[in-house]
Design a protein around this ligand. Structure first.
Ligand SMILES: [Zn+2]
Length: 257
């Protein structure tokens, strides 16, 4: 098995402090590729550096919408440079999150659009974070329809009609451990409607450990095997065959070597 964890915050200290062990447990579990996601200036720099240390690790650079109030023009210039760095395979995570009422929506939109401009200019895929902001996020993305080919909605939690919309637009969908939670029956029903060639898998570690290891903290890439098993079951596939499909999707989406 050769799964790829397409969204991991490996530069957060609880993981980076033990990165060699984290990666060796991951490889032993059959998760042998990682995309390390930056969320602010420091973590973007560290994600790029970390990816340059490990063959099968890549980086995505972006400012999480949570930080949108503080993102300056200088940060955007930095992002434009970082997007061109070696091993950087995507822009993000970026998007809109109306869960945080202290982050001004206009700031979130400004920062989101800046990410999309950079992704379009350098032909990079985009990793979208959207929470309680589906319609606004989709409206902005639609403006970039002709300029950005590969878009994934990360930590997916959409309902059936949102999912139909996302699939009609050609976007990919990435699941975290939330799809394994006992209360997530509706999300598992949604998952069954997604074509296998649009699915990806992520830990979003150090957060969101899946069932049945939900109490393990921090979450780490090795544990996406539990999420993979849950989804493989929904698709009536054995784990190996399912993992092969998802690894192929991830390689195609991020243009990995
Ligand atoms: Zn994340």
């Amino acid at each position: 098995m050769n799964l790829i964890d397409t969204h991991a915050h490996l530069t957060y200290p609880e993981l980076e402090n033990q990165i060699d062990d984290v990666l060796s447990r991951s490889r032993s579990a059959g998760v042998a590729g990682w995309i390390s996601i930056g969320t602010d200036r420091t973590h973007n720099q560290r994600a790029v550096q970390l990816a340059q240390r490990f063959d099968s690790m890549f980086a995505a650079v972006g400012f999480h919408p949570h930080h949108a109030n503080d993102v300056t023009d200088d940060d955007i210039a930095f992002l434009q440079q970082a997007a061109q760095a070696e091993k950087v395979v995507a822009v993000g995570e970026t998007g809109l999150d109306y869960h945080y009422d202290n982050v001004v929506p206009a700031n979130q939109e400004r920062v989101f659009r800046a990410h999309l401009e950079i992704a379009a200019r350098y032909h990079k895929p985009v990793i979208i974070h959207t929470r309680q902001a589906f319609d606004d996020s989709m409206a902005i993305l639609a403006e970039y329809r002709d300029k950005i080919t590969n878009i994934v909605i990360h930590c997916y939690g959409g309902d059936i009609s949102q999912t139909k919309f996302v699939l009609d637009r050609g976007y990919y969908i990435s699941f975290t451990g939330t799809v394994t939670f006992k209360k997530s029956d509706a999300l598992r029903e949604v998952a069954k409607t997604i074509p296998l060639d649009r699915l990806m898998l992520e830990s979003d570690c150090p957060y969101i450990s899946p069932e049945p290891v939900r109490r393990i903290q921090p979450n780490e890439p090795a544990l996406i095997v539990h999420t993979a098993k849950c989804l493989a079951g929904l698709f009536n596939l054995d784990l190996g065959a399912f993992a092969d499909h998802l690894a192929a999707n991830s390689k195609r989406f991020f243009a990995l070597p």
